[in-house]
Design a protein around this ligand. Structure first.
Ligand SMILES: O=C(O)[C@@H](CO)OP(=O)(O)O
Length: 255
């Protein structure tokens, strides 16, 4: 059996301020630091050890990973960064306050932008791109590949390139892997792993800094998944959860 842990970064300043973040490289709040420490402590308590870590090129996910590995005394393991694990690009909404966007465009439209599979927010122009395209961390992508907005399906597509090229070989080699990433990128990976239909992914949310463990068979199909807290598996119903793969009839998504 293969085991994989996903972690969504700890609370960021924009999470706190209720702003769309996307590719804006905003750091963790004090709560975010504490959440990451706690996540590391939980994994340590339950005997998790990792051989390799993967994360994005955004500091909220990187720092979360660093803090967790520090807590677990695992700072020596290799860490691989890729823009393909970045948050979904939120286009022209990046930096805007979510309540103000709702007031301007209405709840239905904003929900569609935030949670639908295929609808992208309005695109940003290259000139107004909120990440510095001359930043060395994006130098190798090529300007033409930098997204100006993304739907969840776009995010899934680029994250799956990384999944298939970098993570699948590690899993097949029985490496113990942690992936520190972002809310929508993890929604996209979970959607893929659990084969969640586009219509059901709307109510899937991944909480900040709560380890999400996947157990996979040799064909990398999920056997089960669960969130972890100090006491062990988080009791069902206490936190946002997604499809119970043993009981698809209990398709109990919580937003
Ligand atoms: O702003 C963002 O980048 C994401 C995650 O924080 O927000 P949302 O939950 O609205 O997709």
């Amino acid at each position: 059996m293969k085991k994989l842990v996903f972690i969504r970064h700890g609370q960021s300043l924009y999470n706190l301020e209720n702003r769309f973040t996307g590719w804006i490289d905003i750091d963790l709040t004090d709560d975010g630091y504490n959440g990451a420490r706690e996540a590391g402590a939980i994994l340590k308590k339950h005997g998790f050890i990792f051989d390799v870590a993967h994360t994005s090129v955004l500091k909220r996910a990187i720092r979360t990973l660093w803090i967790m590995l520090h807590e677990m005394n695992l700072v020596w393991i290799p860490i691989y960064n890729s823009w393909r694990l970045n948050e979904r690009h939120y286009g022209a909404l990046q930096g805007m306050n979510k309540d103000e966007v709702v007031a301007r465009y209405g709840e239905e439209q904003v929900n569609e932008w935030r949670r639908s599979a295929s609808v992208s927010p309005p695109a940003i122009s290259h000139e107004n791109h909120s990440c510095d395209l001359s930043d060395p961390k994006y130098a190798r992508i090529g300007r033409e590949n930098i997204p100006l907005t993304e739907s969840l399906l776009d995010t899934e597509k680029r994250a799956l390139i990384y999944w298939n090229e970098q993570i699948v070989p590690d899993l097949k080699n029985n490496q113990h892997i942690i992936i520190s990433s972002h809310g929508n990128t993890l929604r996209a990976l979970v959607k893929y792993l659990d084969n969640i239909p586009d219509t059901d992914v709307t109510s899937l949310n991944i909480p900040n800094s709560m380890p999400l463990v996947y157990e996979l068979d040799d064909n990398l199909k999920p056997i089960r998944h669960y969130y972890l807290c100090h006491e062990g598996e988080v009791p069902s119903g206490t936190i946002p959860k997604h499809l119970d793969i043993h009981h698809p009839e209990n398709c109990d998504w919580i937003g």
